[in-house]
Design a protein around this ligand. Structure first.
Ligand SMILES: [Zn+2]
Ligand SMILES: [Zn+2]
Length: 427
């Protein structure tokens, strides 16, 4: 089925393929100098610039990915397995083991199942030793390499980490990567304009955060820490179309790419970024200023409830490193302009703790306290929460984008609504 889809797409691709290879080589050079890093989606960090980045270093010599499902101007390195002693690689065609630094072929390996292990500071494939890192390239680029039986587009890179354990990295075109995350973020059944909006925010977020895992030898991980990536196995024809229709498009403000935070459901109004992470002394940027949504009521998490006993709250605060005594009282202190809780005052036997609501939510478990838009009622040493929405509330509301698309807004209008003052431009 997917193979047939590739053949259909190949008509679209084939005319541009030579240009694409040139683009890929140019982008490879551009990536060497790329140092962009801003606030990550779930946990804020200060911008960091690293002079030597192993992932980027490798790209200098990379021939990158031979066959792309969708033409891409960039390749991306996604960490799919970390700290492993053993993995199984299954190849549908012969594959070539290449030296990453010289790009020379080391060995051609037959198709079938191969066991990858480690021995001291070497990588063993079928008990033959290789020096880390190495790149595995399918001889027939139309076939897939499987890692633990999941199919991956492009190449696989194997490297040893500082503990001499395996890191498995998928090297592929960025558009193919976006196809592999769409269905993990939203349902492919959603209106096409909301899928396009999702493709643009996911692409912008990925490119803006390329150096997030540079110390690990790749760009982004495949978990919620970055963006959940499901490889070929989670691709879908409708969400693929949204990626193709918006290929290369990113969100900019004042000519610069933004770090396009997004969340599941805002609960009625999105939030100013500085009210969530409290890490900025400067004024709140226009594109991360909260807006009225009003399109996300359909989601089942638009309304939620939770109950936590004082004892549970005490344990969770202790586990998150807060030195509190037994909880005596919990009070909400102030609200933000989007009606979220600003701060909580927790009175305990050792004193008082003022905690920003986002930190409280993270300590309690963000899948239980789904947002900071809540009210509380206390009865018999238990706090009863009634709240709205799911997520931090910054940037695009995914359910709101769905609601807007259903009412006829196109993806550019949707993105302009959630990221005020921005433009959609080609990367
Ligand atoms: Zn990550
Ligand atoms: Zn919303």
């Amino acid at each position: 089925m997917k193979q047939r889809k590739i053949l259909n797409l190949s008509n679209l691709i084939i005319r541009n393929i030579n240009y694409n290879l040139i683009f890929i080589l140019i982008s490879t050079c551009l990536l060497i100098t790329f140092t962009g890093c801003e606030v990550p989606r779930r946990k804020p960090l200060k911008p960091s610039i690293q002079a030597t980045q192993p992932a980027i270093e490798e790209r200098k010599e990379s021939k990158t990915v031979e066959e792309l499902k969708i033409p891409s101007t960039r390749t991306i390195l996604i960490g799919i397995k970390g700290n492993y002693l053993k993995v199984t690689i299954n190849s549908e065609s012969k594959f070539i083991i290449k030296d990453i630094n010289s790009s020379e072929n080391i060995k051609i390996v037959s198709s079938g199942i191969h066991t990858v292990k480690t021995l001291k500071n070497k990588i063993l494939i079928d008990n033959i030793k290789y020096t880390s890192p190495i790149r595995l390239v399918p001889e027939d680029p139309k076939t897939y390499l499987r890692v633990e039986n999941r199919r991956y587009r492009g190449n696989i890179i194997l490297r040893l980490n500082y503990r001499k354990k395996l890191t498995v990295i998928n090297e592929l075109g960025i558009e193919d990567y976006i196809c592999g995350i769409m269905a993990k973020e939203v349902s492919p059944d959603w209106p096409i304009e909301s899928l396009k909006a999702q493709a643009v925010v996911a692409r912008t977020f990925a490119i803006k955060n390329l150096s997030k895992h540079s110390k690990d030898g790749f760009d982004l991980c495949s978990e919620t820490h970055c963006q959940v990536y499901g490889s070929v196995e989670s691709e879908d024809e409708r969400s693929d179309k949204a990626v193709i229709d918006t290929a290369g498009e990113i969100i900019t403000y004042d000519g610069k790419m933004i770090s396009s935070f997004y969340h599941s459901n805002c609960g009625g109004r999105t939030e100013d970024i500085r009210k969530v992470w409290h890490d900025s002394d400067s004024k709140n940027p226009e594109f991360f200023t909260g807006v009225k949504c009003g399109y996300c009521e359909e989601d089942k998490w638009y309304n939620w409830t939770a109950a936590l006993s004082f004892k549970t709250i005490y344990n969770k605060l202790r586990n998150s490193g807060y030195n509190v005594g037994e909880i005596k009282k919990i009070k909400i202190v102030g609200h933000t302009s989007s009606d979220r809780v600003e701060e909580l005052l927790i009175e305990h036997t050792k004193g008082k703790l003022w905690l920003f609501s986002h930190k409280f939510r993270m300590a309690m478990n963000p899948n239980i306290i789904r947002s900071t838009n809540f009210k509380t009622k206390i009865s018999k040493n238990t706090v009863y929460f009634t709240g709205h929405g799911w997520g931090h509330g910054v940037g695009m509301c995914q359910w709101g984008a769905k609601g807007m698309a259903a009412k006829g807004w196109n993806y550019k209008e949707i993105l302009e609504h959630y990221y005020k003052g921005t433009k959609i431009e080609k990367d």
